[in-house]
Ligand binder design. Structure first.
Ligand code: 13P
Length: 287
């Protein structure tokens, strides 16, 4: 059964570790992420962007798939199914589709509009026992066609949004979706500290978790980050393993073209990637 991400992120906040939130792309991803979490005995958030939701034939399909994999694979660790960077309408759809958590990304709206819409969705999510994430400031780079310059969040605005009763808050601190450029200046710990000083114990979310050096991730966790989002690194791991299989000509040997064989190395690479992240985030054994 899916659970809200409220308790797991609050426990992570209190215990100074972070929950891994891994984006889903298909059935292989779903099986691999849940297998890794189960083997590590880690509570986990599986999330899907609006684009990935469309790709997977709609939110209801995603919710059914995640629920069915949990049941059929004997997954017993707490699992939350979360909408990543949702629009207002997307959030309403995921409430209906049986997700257990939503993110409303109103960061591109003027702050008053972000506040107003976030407030409405906090009420709706909590009515359904779901957790809700909101965002202040921009996460740089491109996620599913949404491009942002990545401006750091204003700590006072973070406080205004946190006070609406959101369960965890994403704030731009120099983090970027996708690959980090060679000249990336790193996370702005000064901004993170200023935000934490305003919002107190509110669990914070670090988007763009792929490619951030381990020490930086762990420092961010020590300063209040309780959920770390990872997408690109799993995609790269999957693509690299699949490329290796094909370049070695394995698809041409016997029945190596069978998708169950062709996709197996990539699926195994996702399991390894997720396990490594769970270890770094400190959530292993916290289920
Ligand atoms: P990465 O793809 O950079 O890991 O970012 C994932 C993310 O933040 C999803 O919201």
């Amino acid at each position: 059964m899916l659970v809200s991400a409220r308790e797991m992120t609050a426990a992570a906040r209190a215990g100074h570790y972070a929950i891994g939130a891994f984006n889903l792309n298909n059935l292989e991803w779903t099986k691999s992420v849940l297998k890794a979490a189960q083997e590590m005995q880690a509570p986990v958030i599986v999330q899907c962007s609006e684009g990935a939701g469309k790709y997977m034939a709609g939110y209801k399909t995603v919710a059914d798939m995640v629920n069915d994999v949990i049941a059929s694979q004997g997954i017993t660790v707490p699992v939350a199914l979360h909408l990543d960077h949702g629009s207002y309408e997307g959030c309403l759809k995921c409430i209906d589709a049986g997700f257990s958590s939503i993110m409303f990304d109103g960061s591109h709206f003027p702050i008053d509009e972000n506040i107003e819409k976030t407030k409405e969705l906090v009420a709706k999510a909590h009515e359904h026992g779901m957790s809700i994430e909101a965002e202040v400031g921009g996460i740089g780079g491109e996620e599913d066609g949404v491009v942002s310059q990545g401006e750091c969040a204003d700590p006072d605005e973070c406080k205004l949004i946190a006070d609406l009763g959101v369960d965890f808050l994403a704030c731009g601190i120099g983090n970027i979706h996708g690959k980090y450029p060679a000249n990336w200046a790193g996370l702005r710990f000064d901004v993170l500290e200023a935000i934490k000083a305003k919002v107190g114990d509110m669990p914070l979310v670090l988007h763009g978790g792929s490619g951030i050096p381990t020490e930086m991730i762990q420092k961010a966790i020590s300063l209040g980050v309780s959920k770390v989002n990872v997408n690109t690194e799993c995609q790269i791991a999957f693509a690299e393993a699949t490329r290796k299989y094909i370049e070695a000509g394995k698809d041409l040997e016997g029945k190596g073209f069978d998708p169950r064989k062709l996709l197996a190395p990539g699926a195994a690479a996702i399991v390894d990637c997720v396990k490594e992240k769970i270890e770094i985030f400190g959530s292993a054994g916290k289920a």
